[in-house]
Design a protein around this ligand. Sequence first.
Ligand SMILES: [Fe+2]
Length: 195
Amino acid sequence: MPTKSPAKSATRGSQPMLHQKGMQIQEFGTVRQLPVGLSHDARMYSCERLNQCLADSQILYSLYKKHHWLMRGPTFYQLHLLLDKHAGEQLELIDTIAERVQTLGGVAIGDPRHVAEITVIPRPPDGVEEVPAMISRLLEAHEAILIAAHDAAKRADEMGDDGTNDLLVSDVIRTGELQAWFLAEHLVDTPLVES
Ligand SMILES: [Fe+2]
């Protein structure tokens, strides 16, 4: 039996094997068979709807950070902090949605360039909009996600995917509705001191 030279053994033992390339082992848009008691069709359908929600939520997260950074005016501090809080909550949501896709045997959308290809949320200008327009833009993104989430939750329920229905209702819808309320109150033209 041939023996390895001491030099080669040392190299194999401690040198990271860099710049490796490999083929894809699962394509986007497919599901693996996992023993979760759901049909292939139900898991395929839920993964597709969840990936759309995931992409739109990633864009919403980015919009929150953009507006958190670009905020200005007399309510700067309050809105700067609020938008960052909402961004953090969206980030948690994104992870929950992505892991649900994986739980169903799918492939979660992750690369922002892929996200940009499938999102339905319109792209904002690269510059700075007026503050009410920033808030309106966030509200419109919320509503697009909420409308889709209500429909997806109903369809997931019909297909027997209770876990996806619960995630969409308890996490996506409840978080989105609450955040939309907090934002919308900033668009009420109410006197501050005298009525
Ligand atoms: Fe910040």
